[in-house]
Write a protein that binds this ligand. Structure first.
Ligand SMILES: NC(=O)c1ccc[n+]([C@@H]2O[C@H](COP(=O)([O-])OP(=O)(O)OC[C@H]3O[C@@H](n4cnc5c(N)ncnc54)[C@H](OP(=O)(O)O)[C@@H]3O)[C@@H](O)[C@H]2O)c1
Length: 322
């Protein structure tokens, strides 16, 4: 940030969660920093999950409006068809298609990845699909759903699309994490919660923390390849997902919530901005890199060990489908 006033304003907002995560943070930063539209994505191919609702729908609309050829992954055919019509109508872009697959089902993810690969190079892969799952349920392969949808499915999809991402210069893999991860320290032993201690919000926050850990490992392992890995968190955003999963929080802070377009802004910007390929393995909010810990007790004891253990854990659980 070259403008000292913008730096002071941004740092002051970032000092408090409410100011930074709410629409106040977005509105102030975008105004003080004079944000302009993200770069054109004409000629780029973008694959995004979770585009039927909320932040994903807003991101897909903007990505298509910026000229990207867009493939979205959805689990429900009727919703996918409605989403396709909405995206074409809003963006006037006809290079949009979809693939049906549940991100928590590794067999679906494998099939989706094979179809994406057949169509050639991918410039940007966006892992956005996600939710808080109130009661503990299992994926078709027997993994707890929060982990299956937001960690194992994306891990497999990324792995299978590395060849397609490597054909572009550089390929980008973007993951939508959550500010909820600031409450959790990564601990592989407590990642998969048992039926006895399951709590949906905690399970979600742990998986969102794990997304950052695995993102670092992707960045380290593929440092020599032409693919970068970034995570972002959208701030507090008024979406159907938030209203359904945290109704009391949603009602309480509603006037402060970002619109889906505001929540999706940094995601769309990372898809094309030069800044996003000058580093790898970072966390972003409102077009700037952010610290990954807000309180001392979430800091890792041994971050390298965490990364390697989580990597091996994901490989073991996905390798039959890779
Ligand atoms: N809203 C916030 O304040 C907030 C804050 C931090 C992080 N986030 C993150 O932002 C992302 C988007 O959330 P949102 O708030 O926009 O929620 P949302 O409105 O519920 O949208 C979630 C999207 O993910 C899809 N999805 C969920 N499970 C899936 C699965 N198993 N397979 C394929 N697609 C699946 C949903 O598809 P269906 O339409 O079929 O359900 C929907 O398109 C999530 O990763 C969430 O954790 C949101």
């Amino acid at each position: 940030m070259t403008n000292p006033l913008a730096w002071v304003v941004d740092a002051s907002l970032e000092a408090t969660v409410v100011a930074s995560f709410s629409r106040v943070g977005y509105a102030t930063r975008s105004r003080v920093e004079g944000w302009i539209d993200p770069p054109s994505l004409a000629g780029r191919r973008v694959v995004i999950t979770g585009a039927t609702s909320g932040i994903g729908l807003a991101a897909a609309t903007r990505l298509a409006s910026l000229g990207a050829a867009l493939t979205f992954v959805a689990r429900d055919d009727a919703k996918a068809r409605t989403t396709l019509a909405t995206l074409v109508e809003r963006s006037r872009n006809h290079r949009i298609d979809y693939l049906i697959g549940d991100m928590g089902d590794l067999a679906d993810v494998r099939r989706v990845a094979a179809s994406v690969r057949e169509a050639g190079a991918v410039d940007v892969l966006i892992h956005n699909a996600g939710a808080i799952t109130a009661s503990r349920t299992l994926s078709p392969q027997g993994f707890e759903t929060t982990i299956a949808v937001q960690l194992l499915g994306p891990f497999l999809l990324t792995h299978m699309l590395i060849p397609a991402l490597s054909l572009t210069s550089p390929g980008r893999v973007l993951t939508v994490s959550s500010g909820g991860m600031y409450t959790q320290r990564f601990d592989l032993a407590s990642l998969e919660m048992s039926a006895a201690d399951y709590d949906g919000v905690t399970a979600y926050a742990r998986v969102k923390r794990a997304q950052l850990v695995v993102n670092h490992e992707w960045a380290r392992r593929l440092a020599a390849a032409d693919v970068v890995f970034q995570t972002m968190h959208p701030g507090w955003t008024d979406t159907p997902g938030l209203a359904a999963s945290l109704p009391r929080f949603h009602a309480l802070v509603r006037p402060l919530l970002r619109t889906p377009t505001q929540g999706a802004d940094t995601l769309v910007w990372l898809a094309g901005a030069r800044e996003a390929v000058m580093s790898s393995g970072d966390l972003w909010l409102d077009r700037h890199q952010r610290r990954e810990h807000r309180v001392p007790w979430t800091r890792p004891r041994d971050s390298r060990r965490d990364q390697m253990e989580l990597w091996d854990w994901c490989v073991q659980r996905t390798r039959d489908f890779a």
